[in-house]
Ligand binder design. Structure first.
Ligand SMILES: *[C@@H]1O[C@H](CO)[C@@H](O)[C@H](O)[C@H]1NC(C)=O
Ligand SMILES: *[C@@H]1O[C@H](CO)[C@@H](O)[C@H](O)[C@H]1NC(C)=O
Ligand SMILES: [Zn+2]
Length: 525
């Protein structure tokens, strides 16, 4: 009721031209269309905008020159038809377009470009799963790594099997393999780097066939498939299955998935196995590191394979790591650099998967500041990878697995603090933040249920990296979003990645470019 009343007062203010805080439009009562338009597009522009004037954006020449530069760059693009010796796939987990646009604020402003936004070819990937409209990181990993769409929460398994179906998973005719295997079958090296647990949904797509993403250790698997099951959990598959046991590099968090509940630093396993010891006893060349220092000190010439587990669970958010004097974990860029340097020794080249995995986790917790910082860290890793490889022989593809319910809205002034207030006053006479979520755990923080009204957002946002941003519906965890995600490509056959396509086309295009796998190949046409 009150909201309808407020709306009417608001509309009346426009229509009779009373001074409001948000508009200078004067509406005539007899012109309903104009009144409604003024409400839809309030006049919020401050004059003059200092930032725009400094850049020269208040002149035509600025914009004309910018467009000429872009046309020259595009007109000079020549398709690169080399065979890709190396392929690197970067996935920003949960990195939708609103996240990318907002993250530019952290690297200089709206006009800035994240490193991969300068890549020459861009397309859109449709992310839906076989069963659900909005996908998760498990079924999308099957799509962008194995080239087949499956059902939510399943990994390396086709759409015949639904999540949690133990017997369906046992039938290997339902299994699909990843481009990591296709690369190794072609005598290339393969590996991955992530900021999540190495057994988490996205990296598991590289090596696992599992009917539920939560079956990261034997205890979880047995809870669902029975004490006596002989099915293998994700950690076990990483160390021992046909793909996992051949990977050159696996780095991230998730130590606890590999060791027993009775270990000195307690792990999650109940089968009495220590998979790290099993990995180490596999070969004298198998190296295991747990800190950045150990990673730096590693003699790559004496290393056959590299396992890095830098935290018990996920790796810390980058902002928390830099604030922690005791921090020992490497950054995503540092792990990426080591992985590339190691695999560049391979005569036949390599496939590397790199995940910025904590963009997603920060969004689930409505931690927008952290999600954007993780996005910037992700962009640094890509810049580094492009710097130390050549466009002549290395295809780099950058995308997201899915988006989030994250929104950048409300007409801020150019150059404003993206974490601050948007212009204008809402109908409840309170201000509004530029960044918000459709749902999430911050509903009660921002909405006073007793008083049945919003709290003032400026009273809630503090100067903290862990500030939560508002959610419209109360959810324990904020949800993914279902719109397409962008795909950026650079290097051999990167021009294939234009257009709007199903997410599962991505590994087939990468395989085409590097002449691996059983599908179409550039070298055979
Ligand atoms: C395995 O799956 C295939 C395809 O769905 C099916 O034809 C076959 O009967 C299954 N095998 C067993 C042992 O269930
Ligand atoms: C990449 O190379 C450019 C140009 O040499 C340099 O300015 C930049 O710092 C490098 N970036 C990284 C992440 O190494
Ligand atoms: Zn997620």
């Amino acid at each position: 009721m009150w909201s309808t009343k407020l709306f009417l007062i608001f509309l009346l203010q426009y229509c009779v031209g009373l001074p409001t805080k948000t508009t200078t439009t004067t509406c005539k009562l007899n012109n309903e269309d104009d009144c409604l338009d003024a409400v839809m597009h309030p006049d919020l522009s401050p004059t003059p905008n200092l930032k725009a004037a400094q850049n020269g954006e208040d002149t035509q020449e600025y914009w004309l020159e910018k467009s000429r530069d872009f046309i020259r760059q595009q007109a000079n693009q020549r398709p690169n038809r080399n065979i890709a010796k190396n392929v690197i796939l970067f996935i920003g987990d949960g990195m939708g377009l609103a996240t990318l646009a907002a993250a530019r604020n952290l690297i200089g402003g709206e006009e800035a470009f994240l490193s991969f936004e300068k890549f020459p070819y861009i397309g859109l990937s449709k992310t839906y799963a076989v069963d659900l409209t909005v996908a998760d990181s498990a079924c999308t990993a099957t799509a962008y790594l194995c080239g087949v769409k499956g059902n939510e929460a399943t990994i390396g398994i086709n759409g015949n099997v639904v999540q949690g179906d133990c017997e369906g998973m046992r039938n290997t005719s339902h299994h699909v393999t990843s481009i990591a295997k296709w690369a190794m079958d072609a005598n290339k090296a393969a590996g991955f780097v992530t900021t999540t647990r190495v057994t988490h949904a996205s990296p598991a797509g590289v090596y696992a066939n599992i009917a539920h993403r939560e079956w990261e250790n034997d205890a979880e698997l047995k809870e669902d498939c029975g004490e006596d099951t002989d099915l293998a959990d994700i950690a076990l598959q990483l160390i021992h299955n046909g793909v996992g046991s051949k990977l050159k590099v696996a780095m991230g968090g998730g130590r606890a998935q590999f060791i027993g509940a009775n270990s000195i630093t307690p792990g999650k396993r109940l089968d009495g196995r220590n998979l790290i010891n099993e990995y180490l006893s596999g070969s004298a060349g198998n190296a295991y590191v747990t800190t950045k220092q150990e990673l730096d000190n590693l003699d790559l010439d004496k290393t056959e394979r590299l396992l890095g587990l830098f935290q018990d669970s996920h790796m810390d958010y980058h902002l928390d790591a830099v604030a922690n004097e005791q921090n020992t974990q490497p950054t995503l860029a540092e792990m990426t650099q080591k992985a590339i340097e190691f695999m560049q020794k391979e005569e036949n080249g390599f496939f590397l998967f790199v995940e910025g995995g904590k963009i997603d986790i920060a969004h689930h917790n409505v931690l927008a500041k952290i999600a954007l910082d993780e996005t910037v860290e992700f962009a640094k890793a890509i810049e580094l990878a492009r710097n130390i490889t050549s466009e002549d022989d290395t295809l780099i593809v950058v995308s997201a697995d899915h988006s989030h319910s994250f929104s950048l809205a409300g007409y801020q002034n150019r150059g404003s603090d993206i974490f601050g207030l948007a212009n204008g006053i809402a109908e409840d006479n309170k201000r509004y933040l530029a960044l918000s979520y459709a749902n999430g755990p911050s509903f009660d923080t921002y909405f006073d249920t007793k008083a049945s009204e919003r709290r003032r957002p400026e009273d809630i946002i503090q100067n903290s990296a862990h500030d939560v941003f508002p959610a419209t519906a109360p959810f324990e965890s904020e949800t993914h979003g279902g719109e397409d995600v962008p795909v950026y490509a650079s290097g051999p056959w990167s021009h294939l990645f234009t257009g709007v396509y199903e997410q599962n086309a991505i590994p087939h295009m990468m395989a085409y470019a590097s002449c691996i796998g059983e599908g179409l190949k550039a070298c055979e046409t």
